[in-house]
Design a protein around this ligand. Structure first.
Ligand code: ATP
Length: 258
């Protein structure tokens, strides 16, 4: 019944270079997933108990982006499911949802299952349910679990038992301008930037608590205004009206830093 609602594996299209400013976390997550894939004999089932990577940190810092990027980088399918989607008030249904997800992922191996909003799986107070049971199904080396939460304090401790989420990675906001500059670089890598644009200077003018998602909004705005400007130019020369191409849009992000 819930099959359609509970996600379909996709081939993600987020590139490694699309993730900015998280170099350390990127390195660790890539090792965790890529090494066992590349060197199966070294990470045999004896050594590599099932284990997942848990990304935690404030909203909009790139957890989802990172999970997709690592899947792309390692040529894995990507199946995303939000914690609340798994929960069903009827006894046995939540369990069935989890089974369905793993079944779908198994059919799409090699595959990452991305559990977002994992904190919502915490059992009700006083209940003895073990939300970590979600994790106990990984039986092969080509299924990978990445979890994400903004609220690690709400996670059921059962999820953090050995063999479940073995790797906890903090994905946070760094207040250095260079962090924002690296995110700006990642996000504008396909833009044709105006010669006057200094991404460092843009970064220095952003509030220090700006997240990747805030920077995305800024860049999207800049792009929109630049595209609008181009459309105006094309309108002046009607012969070109229909070939307004993205390559000709010159983005001036500085305009928006007031
Ligand atoms: P939430 O906890 O709200 O789900 P999240 O940490 O998963 O947040 P994402 O969904 O990955 O955040 O980020 C939202 C958008 O912000 C991304 O699609 C991307 O455009 C941009 N973004 C966030 N972090 C980064 C980053 N480090 N580098 C480049 N872009 C980023």
């Amino acid at each position: 019944r819930n099959r359609a609602a509970l996600g379909t594996p996709i081939v993600p299209n987020v590139k490694w270079e699309d993730v900015g400013g998280l170099e350390e976390v990127k390195k660790v997550i890539l090792d965790t997933i890529q090494l066992p894939l590349m060197y199966k004999h070294l990470f045999s089932s004896k050594l590599r108990k099932r284990s997942g990577v848990l990304l935690y940190g404030p909203p909009g810092t790139g957890k989802t982006l990172l999970a997709k990027a690592v899947a792309t980088e390692c040529s894995l399918n990507f199946l995303s499911v939000k914690g609340p989607e798994l929960i069903n008030m009827y006894v046995g249904e939540s369990e069935k949802n989890v089974r369905d997800i793993f079944e779908k992922a198994r059919c799409a191996r090699p595959c990452v299952i991305f559990f977002d909003e994992l904190d919502s799986l915490a059992p009700a107070r006083g209940s003895s349910a073990d939300s970590g049971g979600v994790m106990d199904r990984v039986v092969s080396q080509d299924l990978f679990i990445i979890g994400a939460t903004n609220r690690p304090d709400l996670l059921d401790s059962a999820l953090l038992r050995p063999g479940r989420f073995d790797k906890l990675l903090y994905v946070g906001v760094n207040t250095d301008a260079s962090y924002r500059e690296r995110i700006l670089k990642a996000q504008t890598r396909k833009y044709k930037l105006h010669n006057n644009v200094s991404l460092l200077s843009v970064a220095q003018h952003c509030p220090p608590n700006f997240t990747g998602a805030d920077i995305y909004a800024l860049c999207a705005d800049a792009w929109f205004h630049a595209a609008k400007r181009s459309v105006k130019t094309f309108e002046i020369d009607p012969s070109r009206n229909n070939d307004a191409s993205a390559e000709e849009v010159i983005v001036e992000i500085d305009d928006f830093m007031t």
